[in-house]
Design a protein around this ligand. Structure first.
Ligand code: NAD
Length: 279
């Protein structure tokens, strides 16, 4: 039976550590602010944005909300970002994705100053990760490193298989595991013999975006299994990319959905905000 990695507990520890740091800075008269931009009112985005604002309040970070109408033009959005880039009171800028289809997401990602890019999506931050320089790291992969480290799971020298090569999860995840000295294999939609490759993993990180895709047949006895996926099943219950009931008896550690990787993303976003502030 695998040990469950408790993302709720670990994310709470991180948030409490950040709260202390922010309180110490506030005592010196220094306040930290995050600008949160939402364009349109996609219900899922509204939930994410609401959670981000709530977590900011808990930690003591000021959140400055921009709730823009669906019909906001790309130029209007870029003008707001430009203003926030220049505002010394704003430490971090976050633009909730996805954006309405008439706005080019790449233009927006490029427009946010790399020094305030707390999502870690700007090419300069991605490049810094590739060459091992300091920069903001995409929050979900950064959270997974924290889950592994705070569960005392050794990474160096282990074979890590990452399924998925998205810019937000798969690619930065693979680079972070490389930085932690794992031997890394990246699998994707064109990979052949996926099952055989996964079965060689000491640490299997699944970001494939397909509910319950990975079952016990893909997992080596005693492997660590990290499930990034979030889906709603037929009964409207949350599930991941991993078939938890099938894999759990075979793994040594596993993240549940919900309560595994999910809560770490916001915790690491807050961590990036505090880092932006301290630089
Ligand atoms: P994505 O759709 O951009 O990428 C999926 C990746 O899986 C692609 O790179 C693709 O090549 C690969 N893939 C698809 N089918 C495959 C197959 N049959 N075999 C091997 N590889 C295959 O998704 P994403 O944005 O990287 O997100 C992945 C999952 O993680 C989604 O379920 C998403 O909802 C979830 N997610 C969770 C969090 C969180 O905070 N927990 C954050 C981001 C994404």
């Amino acid at each position: 039976m695998a040990e469950k990695i408790d993302g709720k507990l670990i994310s709470q520890q991180i948030k409490d550590e950040l709260k202390e740091k922010v309180a110490a800075l506030a005592a010196e008269g220094k306040t930290c602010a995050l600008a949160v931009i939402q364009v349109g009112n996609d219900p899922a985005s509204s939930v994410y944005v609401g959670n981000k604002k709530k977590t900011c309040a808990y930690i003591g970070i000021e959140s400055i909300a921009y709730e823009l109408p669906e019909e906001t033009s790309e130029q209007e959005l870029l003008d707001i970002i430009d203003k926030l880039n220049k505002d010394p009171k704003v430490n971090g800028i976050l633009c909730q994705l996805p954006l309405p289809s008439h706005i080019n997401e790449d233009h927006v990602i490029h427009a946010i100053s790399p020094e305030k890019d707390v999502d870690g999506f700007h090419p300069r931050n991605v490049g810094a990760l590739v060459i091992g320089e300091k920069g903001f790291v995409s929050c979900t992969p950064a959270g997974i490193i924290q889950l592994l480290k705070r569960s005392n799971i050794e990474i160096a020298g282990k074979h890590c298989v990452v399924i998925g090569r998205s810019n937000i999860v798969g690619k930065p995840m693979a680079l972070l595991m490389l930085r932690e000295n794992a031997t890394v294999t990246i699998c994707h939609s064109r990979t052949q013999n996926l099952k055989e490759i996964c079965k060689e993993a000491d640490i299997l990180i699944v970001a494939i975006g397909k509910p319950k895709f990975i079952n016990a047949d893909y997992v080596k006895e005693g492997a660590v299994v990290i499930d990034v996926g979030i889906h709603r099943n037929e009964d409207n219950k949350l599930c991941g990319d991993v078939d938890f009931d099938s894999v759990e008896p075979k793994a040594s550690y596993i993240t549940p959905v919900p309560g595994g990787v999910g809560p770490m993303t916001i915790a690491m976003l807050m961590n990036n905000c505090v880092e932006a502030f301290m630089d």
